[in-house]
Design a protein around this ligand. Structure first.
Ligand code: ADP
Length: 157
C-alpha cells in the first residue's frame, strides 16, 4: 500500500523520520509531500527541505519525496494515493488533525486518513522547538538528522 505523508517539514525532525520508517515497514511505499505554503515564511527553502529529507531518508527503500502547493487532497489524487498519514504527539494535536481529516473527507470521499502515535521519546519534538533551541545556540543533534543539525547551526550562526 502507498501512503502520503504531507507536512511542512521545516525542518524534518527525528519524530518525522521515525514515523516515515514505521510507515515504510507497515505500508510499503511512502510518499513524503513537502508543502510550499506561500502564506508562511519558512526557515529553509523548499529546495533545501527536499534535499535534507532526501539525505536523511536515503537508507529507506520505496520512498518518494515530492513538493506540493495547495490542497493535500489534490496532491493525493495526483500521486494516486488514497491514504494520508499524519502523526499524533499529544491530545493537543488531535483536535486539529481530526478537523483536517474530516475536511479532507468532505473534499474527497475516497480518501482515508490514518494516524500513527509518536514514540514517547519523540513526543516533545516539533520543528518549532528545534528551531528555537538552535536560535539560542543549543545542541540539536539528538533531535534532528545530522545534515539538518548542521544546517540549523549555519542558519543561526
Ligand atoms: P504541518 O505544518 O502540516 O503540521 P509538520 O511538518 O509540522 O506539518 O508535521 C507533519 C506531520 O508530522 C503532522 O501530522 C504532525 O503531527 C507530525 N509530527 C510532527 N512532529 C512529530 C513528531 N515529533 N513525531 C511524530 N509525528 C510528528
Amino acid at each position: 500500500m502507498k501512503v502520503l505523508y504531507p507536512g511542512s517539514f521545516d525542518p524534518l525532525t527525528n519524530g518525522h523520520l521515525d514515523l516515515i520508517m514505521r510507515a515504510s515497514d507497515l505500508f510499503g511505499e511512502v510518499v513524503v509531500a513537502v508543502l510550499e505554503n506561500p502564506a508562511k515564511i519558512a526557515a529553509f527553502s523548499l529546495e533545501r527541505r527536499l534535499q535534507q529529507i532526501r539525505i536523511a531518508t536515503k537508507h529507506i527503500k520505496d520512498i518518494k519525496i515530492i513538493s506540493f502547493t495547495g490542497l493535500t487532497v489534490k496532491c493525493a489524487k495526483d500521486e494516486q494515493v488514497n491514504v494520508i498519514l499524519r502523526g499524533l504527539r499529544a491530545l493537543s494535536d488531535f483536535e486539529y488533525e481530526l478537523q483536517i481529516a474530516h475536511t479532507n473527507r468532505t473534499l474527497d470521499g475516497d480518501l482515508e486518513t490514518i494516524f500513527l502515535a509518536t514514540q514517547a521519546h519523540h513526543s516533545f519534538l516539533s520543528s518549532s522547538v528545534v528551531k528555537e533551541v538552535a536560535r539560542f545556540g543549543g545542541e540539536t543533534s539528538h533531535m534532528v538528522p545530522e545534515i539538518i543539525s548542521k544546517d540549523l547551526q549555519k542558519l543561526f550562526e
